[in-house]
Design a protein around this ligand. Sequence first.
Ligand SMILES: *C/C=C(C)/C=C/C=C(C)/C=C/C1=C(C)CCCC1(C)C
Length: 256
Amino acid sequence: MSLFRLRNAVALACLAAQPAFASSKMLNQNDFVGISFWIISMALIAATAFFFMEIQRVSGKWKTSLTVSGLVTLVAATHYFYMRDVWVETGSTPTVYRYIDWLITVPLLITEFYLILRAIGKASAGIFWRLILGTTVMLIFGYLGEAGYMGVWPAYIFSMLAWFFVIYEIYAGEAGKMGTTQAPPAVQSAYKTMRAIVVFGWAVYPIGYFIGYLTGANPADSMGTLNIVYNFADVVNKIGFGVIIWNVAVTASESN
Ligand SMILES: *C/C=C(C)/C=C/C=C(C)/C=C/C1=C(C)CCCC1(C)C
């Protein structure tokens, strides 16, 4: 373990943490949504340092996967500091920062997914672009709904359809047919877990949206729930996803 690398990772983490020091209003001890923003920001910083440092431990192509995992958590950590400030200082939902974050981290997660797919067999560029397209449409409608440019119901339905398209692609489309190959069992099982995350881990987001906008509850209450649910989902889908990659990267590197 080189001390130099460690120092770089720590410097990077501090850079990402900077907006936090600019905040004027302090976190209130009863503000559980704000507390969840804080905890997750810290977890994302720690995960970033971890993924970047572990790059040296794995072989060849797995280095790229770990780099991308670290980028996901780094980009998210930076946005979490801004989101936390918006929440703590104004009590409102940081929709625009949230969606900018998703617009960058979701394509990165798709890239991680595609890298695993390529470790399993011959994956075409087409599948990558279809997944990018599907997730982008999903996020655009989500934003139109949450930011008030479109009715919350139609936006929800169009966004759900785009997500179903992604699920169809990875289960029944080209990616789905690549499940059984000569790839090592560790890689195949990681691929299956990642696929399940895109269904079950990602399902938490539309549940959050539903609770936030579609139950007719008082916005003051439902916005708190919305943010807690989205924050929880990000732990599973950003850190958890990265940990699965890290695990398969270490296992596959050590078995060579
Ligand atoms: C790191 C961030 C991730 C993995 C974000 C994923 C977001 C989604 C899967 C969002 C999906 C939505 C729907 C399927 C319908 C309602 C609107 C959204 C955008 C919340």
